[in-house]
Design a protein around this ligand. Structure first.
Ligand SMILES: [Fe+2]
Ligand SMILES: [Fe+2]
Length: 265
């Protein structure tokens, strides 16, 4: 399964250390170090990554079913097996960390503003893609994952076990990144650049929407908090003042308001 013979017309899996991190991910390394530095957050991220990888593997399996290209079908099947294996590796590592944790996990807080997990394969709509758009999407997603996982591996010096998981998975991600580009050029020699730009633009747009949603949520929380502490207190004070003027107990009402009801309101 791991040999180059399993991947016709594609690059072999690299066995060296990789340095495919993009500039932005390198710049965000201190943020990633902070995110992964917290033990509970690390477990939660590993669990979430496990879920994303297994889901991604399922989508790629579906892509293998729908493609009419026999070579792509074979590559997709092997790719899906890889993603499933990554999911299991992440889950296993999360379970190992949970075992050494004295008490239960803290509930996960909302952190949409943090960098997303590697692939973004969850954005995939297999039925709507053709072979070339699918390969372009996968290439961009795998390249992002390889870049992000390189930085994760580098910031995890204090946790050799988790670092080893990323090191292992990184071999596959770099291979996925390479084979998808090779195959894209094969199936779409004329339009592969256009497809790549389209996939990049779509990924950027979805990233922007995610960020805008998170920022909108933060702004909403701030505005509601300000309203609660600044606008509500005068009304509460007026209500209390009106309450003090009310006579206690049952009070007679004016005769003109004492008719029997003719309608509901
Ligand atoms: Fe993966
Ligand atoms: Fe991958």
């Amino acid at each position: 399964m791991e040999s180059s013979a399993s991947y016709p017309n594609a690059a072999t899996r690299p066995k060296r250390r990789h340095s495919v991190a993009a500039g932005v991910d390198r710049m965000l390394a201190p943020l990633h170090r902070w995110v992964w530095g917290d033990f509970d957050r690390r477990i939660q991220k590993l669990l979430r990554f496990g879920e994303t990888e297994v889901d991604g593997g399922r989508d790629i399996l579906r892509a293998a079913e729908v493609t009419r290209d026999p070579l792509l079908r074979r590559l997709y099947l092997l790719h899906a097996v890889d993603e499933h294996r990554h999911g299991l590796l992440f889950r296993r590592r999360a379970t190992d960390l949970l075992r050494v944790r004295p008490s239960g996990l803290k509930p996960e807080s909302s952190r949409e503003w943090l960098p997303s997990s590697g692939h973004g394969l969850d954005d995939l709509r297999v039925e709507e893609e053709t072979d070339d758009t699918m390969l372009a999407f996968l290439h961009v997603a795998e390249k992002a994952a390889a870049s992000r996982f390189t930085v994760y591996r580098d910031v995890l010096q204090l946790d050799p076990g988790t670092r080893a998981v990323f090191e292992d998975i990184l071999h596959d991600e770099v291979f996925h990144m390479n084979y998808t580009l090779t195959q894209l050029v094969r199936v779409s020699p004329e339009r592969h650049r256009w497809n790549l730009w389209r996939a990049r633009a779509s990924r950027l747009w979805k990233g922007y929407l995610r960020l805008a949603t998170a920022v909108g949520g933060i702004i909403g929380t701030v505005l509601l908090t300000v309203q609660y502490f600044v606008i509500l207190p005068p009304f509460a004070w007026l209500a209390k003042r009106a309450e003090r003027r009310e006579r206690p107990g049952w009070n007679p009402i004016a005769p003109d308001r004492n008719d029997s009801l003719h309608k509901q309101y």
